[in-house]
Design a protein around this ligand. Sequence first.
Ligand SMILES: *[C@@H]1O[C@H](CO)[C@@H](O)[C@H](O)[C@H]1NC(C)=O
Ligand SMILES: *[C@@H]1O[C@H](CO)[C@@H](O)[C@H](O)[C@H]1NC(C)=O
Ligand SMILES: *[C@@H]1O[C@H](CO)[C@@H](O)[C@H](O)[C@H]1NC(C)=O
Ligand SMILES: *[C@@H]1O[C@H](CO)[C@@H](O)[C@H](O)[C@H]1NC(C)=O
Ligand SMILES: *[C@@H]1O[C@H](CO)[C@@H](O)[C@H](O)[C@H]1NC(C)=O
Ligand SMILES: *[C@@H]1O[C@H](CO)[C@@H](O)[C@H](O)[C@H]1NC(C)=O
Ligand SMILES: *[C@@H]1O[C@H](CO)[C@@H](O)[C@H](O)[C@H]1NC(C)=O
Ligand SMILES: *[C@@H]1O[C@H](CO)[C@@H](O)[C@H](O)[C@H]1NC(C)=O
Ligand SMILES: [Cu+2]
Length: 398
Amino acid sequence: MRFTTAAVGLTAATLASAQVGVSGARAPLTSDYTAAEVADGTAFNNVSRMALENMQYNIGHRTNNSCTYDNAQQRQEWRTLAPATRKSFTDAVTCLMTMPPTHMTADEAPGYPGVKSRHDEYVATHINYTYNIHDTADFFTWHRTFVHFWEHDLKNLCGYTGVLPYWNWALDVEAPQDSPLFLGDEYSLGSNGKYIANRSDIYLYAQSVNMPPGTGGGCVYSGPFSNISVNLGPLDLPNENNVNSSFEYNPRCLKRDINPYFLQNYNSYTNITETMLDNIYIEDFQDIFQGYGSSNTLGLHGGGHYTGGGSMMDFHSSPADPLFFLHHGMVDRVYTIWQNLDIYRRQTAISGTSTLGNSPPSAEMTLNDTMPFGLVGPDVRFGDYIDTFGGPLCYRYD
Ligand SMILES: *[C@@H]1O[C@H](CO)[C@@H](O)[C@H](O)[C@H]1NC(C)=O
Ligand SMILES: *[C@@H]1O[C@H](CO)[C@@H](O)[C@H](O)[C@H]1NC(C)=O
Ligand SMILES: *[C@@H]1O[C@H](CO)[C@@H](O)[C@H](O)[C@H]1NC(C)=O
Ligand SMILES: *[C@@H]1O[C@H](CO)[C@@H](O)[C@H](O)[C@H]1NC(C)=O
Ligand SMILES: *[C@@H]1O[C@H](CO)[C@@H](O)[C@H](O)[C@H]1NC(C)=O
Ligand SMILES: *[C@@H]1O[C@H](CO)[C@@H](O)[C@H](O)[C@H]1NC(C)=O
Ligand SMILES: *[C@@H]1O[C@H](CO)[C@@H](O)[C@H](O)[C@H]1NC(C)=O
Ligand SMILES: *[C@@H]1O[C@H](CO)[C@@H](O)[C@H](O)[C@H]1NC(C)=O
Ligand SMILES: [Cu+2]
């Protein structure tokens, strides 16, 4: 690899001019590394360290002076959390899933028959805004904020004191069904779904992908979440009995169908590195990440959802599976690295409208627009959540 980092090492004078967007250094590209370095994660780890160095160097230029590099929360990959912390995390999630709604009023309740828990308020909100938060300008920032609110609830409503875990897909690319995440013991995130044999491939028309059956298919049967009730959805699953109205009460088990096919074809280190390094404009980066407008019809985002299978595969109600939040932690991590590799051009870059694929047409979003959070919490200003060290946010990734 023959590239050195962007902002690290710039003098204060260069930095001042860099701030107005004329930074001379370019961010690394996949072609700066060998194919082997890209495939085995060397390149990814190298640029993620560069991003952290850039972050540290530029911290003084953020909007919130009380957030420093050292006091920022450092989110960790699931398997690096101590077993006891993992258990306290899943206990806190179970607490949110069994706690009554906190935001929905008695007047609102009849409109949301399937909302039975605080966690359901998250699921319902994602269902409600599905077409306003995917393939839109605020895809990354809306989901970042959604995860942030959920983390806040785990801590404030359910006493969780650890850091928010994320799921690095590439670590499980060989056999996600054997991942420590899905071992099914009390320190895991719950088991795979119960294996259902003899299923055939399903053709996914929207994605032009022939989906082979995964390694599970039925209910999560051991460990955390084997006993919880999923109350909302599904709305868009192939070959399932989908609900007929968005917020219908449809209690059932949590289903998973861990599927290596998707991780191997969409979420390898090569896939992550190419997506992150070779899309220098936000409009390309966010499109390819979600599989829009390219031959990569699922992208890193879709690949993770389809790897989970079952409840995670439903476009609308996927936050029903807590895996959603670890998956979106990694989505946010890759976005954060991308932003910090070229802070001056990328930190506040946005492009697009507030409707999926701009259909129906809507106005270009600005950082002053509000993002809606329905039953989760107050609407927030887009620009306040675009920097992990800005506004109310103060975290980074390890
Ligand atoms: C990236 O890799 C190069 C080559 O091995 C090395 O010189 C550089 O220090 C690394 N950068 C970081 C931030 O790890
Ligand atoms: C699956 O298919 C095989 C071969 O057709 C058959 O022997 C087996 O009984 C089937 N298993 C189930 C669970 O249906
Ligand atoms: C699931 O619920 C049943 C009935 O409430 C209970 O007997 C069982 O211990 C629970 N299992 C787990 C893993 O929590
Ligand atoms: C949706 O409506 C159809 C037709 O009435 C019905 O067969 C199906 O069971 C309903 N789905 C759910 C989840 O209730
Ligand atoms: C993802 O990477 C794998 C190699 O790890 C490659 O075979 C596959 O074509 C890539 N997928 C996309 C959509 O680029
Ligand atoms: C946002 O609003 C502020 C204050 O009203 C204004 O100065 C700024 O130009 C606006 N920014 C955008 C991107 O519209
Ligand atoms: C659904 O959207 C409407 C319109 O924005 C809003 O009033 C309502 O609170 C939302 N409900 C949920 C669950 O997000
Ligand atoms: C600034 O960051 C600190 C530390 O994370 C936080 O407590 C505070 O609420 C933030 N300020 C604003 C205005 O969001
Ligand atoms: Cu989403």
